[in-house]
Write a protein that binds this ligand. Structure first.
Ligand SMILES: [Zn+2]
Length: 298
């Protein structure tokens, strides 16, 4: 009988302590659409599974975009960034890899709209939100077409987040055909795709980065996985239907919060002060994953 009382006291203590530690900047909370069918069911399922993973608040995203709205920057989607050279500005390429939660991407695009920024959103064909994969087959989720079209309607550039190693090794696909099908699907929505960005999937981490599927970047002609050899580097980026790979664009600084952690010893504040120190002529790629954003303020 004593145990529940102790637990309750502990919970109250933890709540009091955690409540005291938290202080947040008060920024307007974005009002984003409550989505209707055809993807309302998908939204419920994905949000229930992944929303809790957010580690950064939208307030912090406002802070980042507020810095980027200073005069010294030009903020562009990657397809435009790669063609833009301006020595009197810091040229920013805004990249988002959607690993798990495209509904956070819609929220993110909505915030960017407030600032008049456009970004590139890379969509992952091996993700839960995209479809159900089985041996040499893929059934796309209901409403995926509307979801991608809605994201594109914000003015976003849409690209493919490449996990062809998983499609090939786990599901037996020919990567060229797998990619061709998904590109055709996105193009059928009236969306032009020119870029791809490599996804750091578990299989890629055990073998080679996904961009080595392209002959442009492959360092050998095969990978070995669980005792079996799989060919890579058979076809070029161009043969796969792409004009650029995000990791191979021309930039001199790269900031990313992969795994929910900024690639700076001082974390988010370090990134902000690096940006403040940037000077005209710098070219910076900023990668954020919508999955890690939108942590509730309480
Ligand atoms: Zn990824």
């Amino acid at each position: 009988m004593k145990r529940p009382q102790i637990s309750a006291a502990l919970i109250i203590l933890v709540l009091i302590l955690s409540g005291c530690e938290k202080q947040f900047i008060q920024q307007p909370v974005p009002v984003y659409p409550t989505h209707e069918p055809p993807y309302a069911d998908l939204e419920k399922q994905i949000r229930e599974k992944y929303d809790y993973r957010a580690v950064f608040t939208w307030d912090q995203y406002y802070e980042l975009l507020t810095e980027l709205s200073k005069d010294k920057y030009i903020v562009l989607p990657l397809d435009e960034m790669r063609k833009t050279y301006n020595d009197s500005k810091v040229v920013i390429g805004l990249r988002h890899d959607i690993d798990m939660n495209p509904f956070k991407a819609l929220e993110m695009a909505d915030i960017e709209k407030d600032f008049g920024f456009l970004a590139t959103y890379f969509i992952l064909p091996t993700a839960d939100y995209y479809g159900y994969l089985y041996k040499t087959g893929l059934t796309r989720c209901k409403g995926l077409d509307s979801l991608i079209a809605d994201l594109h309607d914000y003015g976003a550039e849409i690209g493919i987040h490449n996990d062809m190693l998983t499609a090939m090794i786990d599901y037996g696909f020919d990567p060229l055909i797998f990619n061709k099908n998904e590109l055709a699907f996105i193009k059928s929505l009236g969306i032009r795709v020119s870029g791809t960005a490599s996804h750091g999937s578990p299989i890629a981490k055990k073998t080679v980065p996904n961009y080595q599927i392209f002959s442009d970047f492959a360092k050998s002609d095969s990978v070995l996985y669980e005792g079996k050899k799989y060919p890579i580097g058979k076809n070029s980026l161009k043969e796969f239907g792409f004009e650029y790979e995000a990791y191979f664009l021309n930039f001199n600084y790269y900031y990313s919060e992969s795994g929910g952690k900024w690639n700076d010893d001082k974390g988010f504040s370090g990134i902000l002060s690096d940006l403040e120190k940037s000077s005209p002529g710098d070219r910076i790629q900023i990668l954020t994953h919508p999955d890690w954003w939108g942590r509730k303020n309480n």
